[in-house]
Design a protein around this ligand. Structure first.
Ligand SMILES: O=C(O)C(=O)[C@@H](O)CO
Ligand SMILES: [Mg+2]
Length: 262
């Protein structure tokens, strides 16, 4: 039975961010994820988790200047000091929340540019080692070009090749089912092939990025496949509710009160 994590950046937006933790718990979620916690003090996030009996499944390391259009800085030459500072900030929130994995965004860069490739490899290696010293995994997520034009990490094979090349025990793949379908298709076979390096999974319908079961994929089949493959992590619900978060949770009924993954 997959352990689903409500994505509080996209779900329960009927409430202020810090009130979404209670809304997710009231809806039956036992875990949450979000893109960024940095607008709030770490203690406030930790307190909401404890108060609502929630596990923090994932969040992203600081992405640079998001409002100015940056989507991560790991592949941007000349931003290594910013990358290092961002990891230290992320670790403060990791300590406050007890999260076991952090996502490092690559940024908007040409994936064929040797300087961007070198910057990214250096950033990933350093960040993985640094978060590893705190007992955490670092995950890398390929993102499709429709949602994020120009994003550096835009291929599951490239992500898997870098993870293999660096061969770090805490460096894993963030397998977003939505992106895989859009970029490559063949989702079940890629899950089977990449399962040994998967550190986090996310779900959303394709092409609209709504609730599971509302798009072209048989999402329930994929969730069962995760069970068949022995995946014991979280599945982040990174979707935009079609019409009200709670109204759209019918898909979740068979999975409510999932397990206790860390
Ligand atoms: O865009 C996605 O998909 C994500 O998982 C965001 O957190 C950006 O990485
Ligand atoms: Mg994702």
């Amino acid at each position: 039975m997959p352990r689903f994590a409500a994505n509080l950046t996209l779900m329960f937006t009927e409430h202020a961010f810090l009130d979404r933790f209670a809304a997710a718990a009231d809806a039956g979620f036992r875990a949450v994820e979000f893109l960024f916690p940095y607008a709030h003090p770490p203690e406030a996030i930790g307190e909401r988790l404890r108060r609502n009996g929630l596990t923090q499944a994932l969040f992203n390391l600081p992405p640079g200047d998001w409002a100015a259009g940056e989507r991560g800085i790991a592949a941007l030459p000349g931003r290594f000091a910013d990358l290092q500072a961002g990891v230290e900030t992320g670790l403060l929130y990791a300590e406050a929340t007890g999260v076991a994995r952090l996502h490092l965004m690559a940024g908007l860069a040409d994936h064929d540019d040797p300087e961007a490739q070198a910057a990214y490899r250096r950033s990933v290696a350093w960040a993985a080692e640094r978060v590893g010293r705190a007992g955490l995994n670092l995950v890398l997520e390929p993102i499709n070009a429709r949602n994020m034009p120009g994003y550096f990490l835009d291929d599951f094979g490239a992500a898997a090749a870098l993870i293999a090349a660096l061969n770090l025990p805490n460096l894993k793949l963030q397998f977003d089912l939505y992106h895989c379908q859009i970029m490559h298709g063949d989702v079940t076979m890629r899950l089977r092939q990449l399962m040994p390096i998967i550190g986090h999974v996310q779900t959303a319908s394709v092409p609209e990025r709504h609730e599971p079961g509302t798009g072209e994929m048989n999402d329930a089949f994929l969730f069962a496949e995760l069970d068949r493959l022995g995946y014991d992590g979280f599945v982040g619900c990174e979707y935009n509710p079609r019409a009200g978060t709670t109204e759209g949770l019918g898909w979740f009924t068979p999975y409510r009160d999932g397990g206790t993954a860390q």
